[in-house]
Design a protein around this ligand. Structure first.
Ligand code: SAM
Length: 383
């Protein structure tokens, strides 16, 4: 029956679509994958449900890596139309290795020099869970559904998923999801999901990370890019938090949302250095507010240089896009075309690293870099 395929726990990896399982065709179309046979990408489901949330799976997704979703029929209708990325194979020689990191469990360590702008990983999710399931369905109903969903992943993917750290007590799959997922909106009126990307989830948090990440809904991928040069042996990190918050708030948030005491270099600063860092963050916010206020008469080149300096001193390479954009626009408003072009180029590079080619300001910054004097901001602050 259809159920025999859905509930089969793991290897030997029989792959069969619900459409095929009609008795006579089963032996032909449900294939044994232990010999690495490629499985076609095809969604199966709905399988078991809890209210409006049902299991859908696709063992052939992303060149056979597989995915399982617990979602609504409406979100599944969107999910099945999303483009499957072709750059989804595990890199046979990734530029990092997994190793214990004191105070943080395991982490990813660079094994070669990496440069700003280098792509690190492009990963499809292994598991996608609708927010409503996690937030509204009681554990007694939710947990068996989570357990069953995981059995629908191909064996290798399931093992990688289950090997992730679960920071919380209690149900294993629920704990893994709570420790490792990223919010992912797949579109539609009710598209809020949590995605698990097991390879990515080895990246520990740092308030001054050397890697930026973004979720690309159209290709259903998690994309990471290096934001400053990294030496071999250095840990790779992303931020789970708002890097521009003061240290006490960041540490509070790490404890409250993830249950860990942040041990990153910025959180471990001595009190005097942490207070200095907090003052820099405050000054950055204050300068940015002035640069965004076109009526502020006191904006000058010194203020622009100061903002760039503060970002560099704070090692905020992961969030340079907005600051460089403001600096480029303000140089142009002051009638300094040379610096407007310089910072518009830097802004474009940064917003693409942070948000992808389609990021809002990418095109605007290209246009400013090409023709500053034709831009509407040209000399707007010159009276
Ligand atoms: C997504 S996992 C990161 C990988 C994890 N260290 C592992 O061994 O698989 C998140 C967990 O790693 C640990 N962690 C991540 N960043 C940390 C940090 N800055 N300080 C302390 N622990 C951290 C916490 O236990 C957190 O719940």
């Amino acid at each position: 029956s259809t159920d025999s395929c859905h509930s089969r726990p793991a290897p030997p990896c029989l792959a069969c679509g619900v459409d095929d399982v009609d008795g006579t065709q089963l032996p032909l179309k449900c294939r044994d994958l232990t010999n690495n046979e490629t499985v076609p990408s095809r969604w199966e489901g709905p399988g078991r449900c809890a209210g409006r949330y049902c299991i859908y799976s696709n063992r052939g997704f992303a060149n056979g890596r597989g995915i399982v979703a617990i979602t609504t029929a409406a979100s599944f209708a969107i999910l099945r139309t999303l483009k499957e990325t072709s750059t989804d194979q595990t890199d046979p020689a990734p530029p990092y290795y997994l190793a214990p990191v004191p105070g943080k469990g395991l982490g990813l360590i660079a094994n070669r020099t990496l440069h700003r702008g280098d792509a690190l990983m492009i990963e499809p999710p292994a598991v996608l869970v609708h927010r409503g399931l996690l937030e509204t369905v009681p554990p007694a109903t939710q947990h068996p559904l989570l357990d069953e969903a995981i059995t629908n992943l191909p064996a290798a993917r399931r093992e990688t998923f289950l090997a992730q750290m679960g920071h919380f007590q209690g149900h294993r799959v629920a704990s893994i999801l709570a420790t490792n997922t990223f919010q992912m909106d797949i579109g539609g009126p009710d598209g809020h999901h949590f995605g698990s990307f097991p390879e990515v989830s080895r990246l520990n948090h740092d308030c001054r990370p050397n890697v930026a990440f973004r979720l690309d809904y159209k290709t259903l991928t998690h994309r990471t890019t290096v934001v400053r040069d990294v030496r071999p042996g250095e840990e790779l990190s992303i931020t789970y938090l708002d890097s521009a918050e003061p240290r006490a708030r960041r540490m509070h948030r790490a404890r409250q949302a993830w249950g860990f005491t942040c041990g990153c270099s910025q959180c471990r600063l001595a009190d005097a250095a942490a207070a200095k860092s907090d003052r820099r963050l405050e000054e950055m916010k204050a300068i940015e507010a002035r640069l965004a206020d076109f009526g502020d008469d006191g904006v000058n080149a010194g203020l622009l240089r100061r903002l760039v300096r503060l970002y560099k001193d704070e090692r905020m390479e992961v969030e340079m896009g907005g600051a460089y954009t403001l600096v480029a626009l303000n140089y142009n408003m002051l009638g300094d075309a040379k610096n407007a072009v310089k910072y518009a180029r830097l802004a474009r590079e940064a917003v693409v690293i942070e948000g992808g080619e389609e990021a809002g300001d990418a095109e605007a910054m290209s246009m400013l870099a090409e023709a500053p004097k034709e831009h509407f901001t040209w000399r707007a602050r010159v009276r």
